[in-house]
Ligand binder design. Structure first.
Ligand code: FMN
Length: 184
């Protein structure tokens, strides 16, 4: 069964809906109602820092707590949507932390993370001050997808700024309405 998991990476305070989440929710409104959706706000979870023990211990135990919840949702997803504003031309740190943990999950015995990720589609929804500043993040996302053998199914960019700014980007709104159209 189709399960779309949205990893929200904005660090806006609890209760505030940022531009990127707003755009993602606009896109998600086009998903068929019987398709499962999970939304995880990474900045509001307790995510431990990644420790590089690839060349010492060489493996990692399965994660616990909130990080386990992120892993479980990721593995259960058919579609993984990174909902990430551009911070310094790159991913916000909560999402970068999760991506770094992918390097651990590749080394959890019997998890088979890489092969399981290859069966999922990756998506990116982002906002920033202007489109050119999002290019490094878009390129990073494409390279992450390629590394794990995941198709990058779609990229949506909108012009952000203060909360609600993206609502004035008519092109982004139209693209949001089309984004998941081909994935039903
Ligand atoms: C820490 C930080 C770094 C940012 N860096 C950039 C940047 O490099 N380029 C850019 O165009 N906008 C940058 N912005 C602006 C955000 O990308 C923009 O306001 C975005 O719409 C915020 O998304 P949100 O409302 O979903 O939180 C930055 C904002 C923050 C808070």
């Amino acid at each position: 069964m189709s399960h779309t998991v949205f990893l929200l990476a904005s660090t806006r305070e609890s209760g505030q809906v940022g531009n990127t989440e707003w755009l993602a929710r606009r896109a998600a409104a086009q998903l068929p109602p019987d398709k499962r959706q999970t939304w995880l706000s990474l900045a509001h979870l307790q995510l431990p820092a990644f420790v590089d023990q690839r060349h010492t211990v060489g493996s990692y135990p399965p994660p616990e707590g909130d990080l386990r919840a992120v892993l479980d949702a990721t593995l259960d997803a058919t579609d993984l949507v990174l909902v990430a504003p551009v911070y310094w031309f790159s991913f916000p740190s909560p999402l970068k932390t999760v991506l770094d943990h992918w390097s651990a999950w590749l080394r959890v015995p019997d998890l088979d993370f890489k092969a399981r990720m290859a069966s999922k589609r990756l998506w990116l929804i982002t906002t920033s001050g202007d489109r050119a500043k999002a290019q490094p993040m878009i390129d990073s996302t494409a390279l992450c997808a390629a590394f794990l053998g995941m198709p990058l199914a779609g990229v949506l960019w909108g012009k952000g700024g203060p909360p609600d700014a993206v609502q004035a980007d008519a092109e982004a709104l139209a693209a949001a309405d089309r984004l998941f159209g081909c994935s039903a």
